[in-house]
Write a protein that binds this ligand. Structure first.
Ligand code: HAM
Length: 414
């Protein structure tokens, strides 16, 4: 039986096949995401993978709602698998914001589900690193978040040769829309056309823009000008002070597909333009208010970075490390009379935090030793009598013997 299209099985390395997903690589991503969030002072939260349908139909926008995995549960509730984390975060923060000092800096690594057309970099489930700041209107928060995005990618060894953050603002487009007499209430339709400009034929974009009273040429002229607004210039100066300016360029192609964004927005792309967006986010100052029915009103901003494109990029640039089993010690049981004592030894080593393997059933000594080498263990440890242990370092081949009670000490010395 196969898994569903767009879903993945994750196997431990070494992988049985090139096209199989690696559980070790996934963990590597999660570890780096968590570590970078920690360096920036973000705390981890989580929410339920199933949510009331309404949470997403409220303000995420038509595109994502069209991709929902939604159904009625056995209690006749309309529910959906979460396609993104932001509405859940907004709900959670609104419920308990008084208990937390502002700005709130939280991150999560949820698995998300979208019924999308399957294509390169887009599946029907993915894991997404989310980092959000709530309770701060100043652009310093936007800069902090863009810096976190840059440093997350730098943590994987990626450089300015590999990725760029394209910075833009809904405010800039809103001003353009108003100045050019855009029809009231149609901003989101306009933003949707801009969002898809690079993936739609010029003829189609032209006719969609014309329907809203705009010309493709004028819109492209505005994008080409790339002049940072005062709001964006402040973010760029902040990033320059950190030495991170060269990772960012102003690019008004970016406007973001989701409906709730209100201010600066940004997306990270690979420099060669081979892949879909690595990450995207921006300011959404009205979502908490909307989701809490007006009870809480907190400005907010954040981004999401998926695991799919990031892994494709790291693979393509040779930036993934080799993943090996992380066994440190193999306990050799060459004399079955000593199995009980050996199990005690295994337990002592594991209690001390060591990763330990041994043969579960009687096995030829040379086979046990070969297994230790295949596992790239650092040491073998074996009982030579009830009370005497021998430790061998597998690289240097140094051997030491001593009382079995002193095994941890012997290990540290060998
Ligand atoms: P998004 O742009 O929809 O934003 O997704 C963010 C990232 O998730 C994308 O750049 C991509 O890497 C990854 N991604 C999205 N859909 C898929 C898919 N079907 N398969 C694989 N990867 C995918 C959001 O979701 C916002 N909620 C982010 C955010 C957080 N904004 C503020 N806070």
């Amino acid at each position: 039986m196969e898994h569903l299209p767009g879903f993945r099985d994750f196997y431990p390395e070494p992988l049985p096949h090139q096209d199989v997903w690696s559980a070790d690589a996934r963990q590597y991503l999660f570890d780096k995401w968590r570590d970078t969030a920690r360096r920036y002072g973000f705390r981890e939260y989580d929410g339920p993978p199933l949510e009331p349908l309404e949470l997403f139909t409220l303000k995420s926008g038509a595109e994502i709602v069209g991709q929902l995995y939604n159904f009625k549960d056995k209690g006749e509730r309309e529910i959906a698998l979460r396609p993104e984390m932001t509405p859940t975060l907004a709900r959670m923060v609104a419920a308990h914001e008084r208990n937390y000092k502002k700005p709130i800096k939280w991150f999560a690594v949820p698995q998300l589900f979208r019924y999308e057309r399957q294509q390169k970099g887009r599946l029907r489930e993915h894991f997404q690193f989310n980092a959000d700041i709530l309770g701060e209107t100043d652009g310093a928060a936007d800069a902090e978040l863009v810096a976190l995005l840059i440093d997350t990618l730098r943590a994987f060894g990626l450089t300015t040769q590999d990725f760029v953050v394209r910075l833009s603002s809904r405010n800039a487009w809103q001003a353009y829309f108003t100045q050019h007499g855009g029809p009231t209430g149609r901003e989101y339709d306009f933003f949707q056309v801009i969002d898809k400009l690079e993936r739609t034929s010029p003829e189609e974009s032209q006719s969609q823009l014309a329907a809203l009273g705009f010309s493709l040429e004028a819109v492209q002229g505005f994008i080409r000008s790339g002049e940072p607004t005062a709001e964006l210039a402040a973010i760029l100066d902040n990033l320059a002070a950190r030495g991170l300016r060269e990772f960012v360029k102003v690019d008004y192609h970016v406007v973001r597909g989701l409906a709730y964004y209100t201010g600066p927005v940004f997306e990270a792309f690979d420099v060669q333009g081979e892949f879909r967006a690595i990450a995207g986010g921006g300011r959404y100052d009205n979502l908490v208010k909307l989701i809490s029915g007006g009870k809480a009103h907190l400005p907010a901003l954040g981004f999401g970075m998926g695991d799919v494109v990031l892994l494709e990029l790291l693979k393509a640039r040779g930036r993934l490390p080799a993943f090996a089993a992380r066994v440190e010690v193999v306990v050799l049981i060459e004399d079955e009379q000593l199995r009980a004592g050996s199990l005690r030894l295994v337990q002592t080593l594991r209690d001390a935090g060591r990763a330990v393997e041994y043969a579960l059933t009687p096995t030829r000594p040379n086979k046990q030793f070969k297994q230790a080498q295949e596992l790239h263990a650092n040491w073998t440890v074996k009982l030579v009598s009830e009370t005497v242990v021998e430790v061998q370092h597998l690289n240097t081949r140094t051997k030491r013997s001593g009382p079995s009670a002193a095994v941890l000490h012997l290990l540290a010395e060998t």
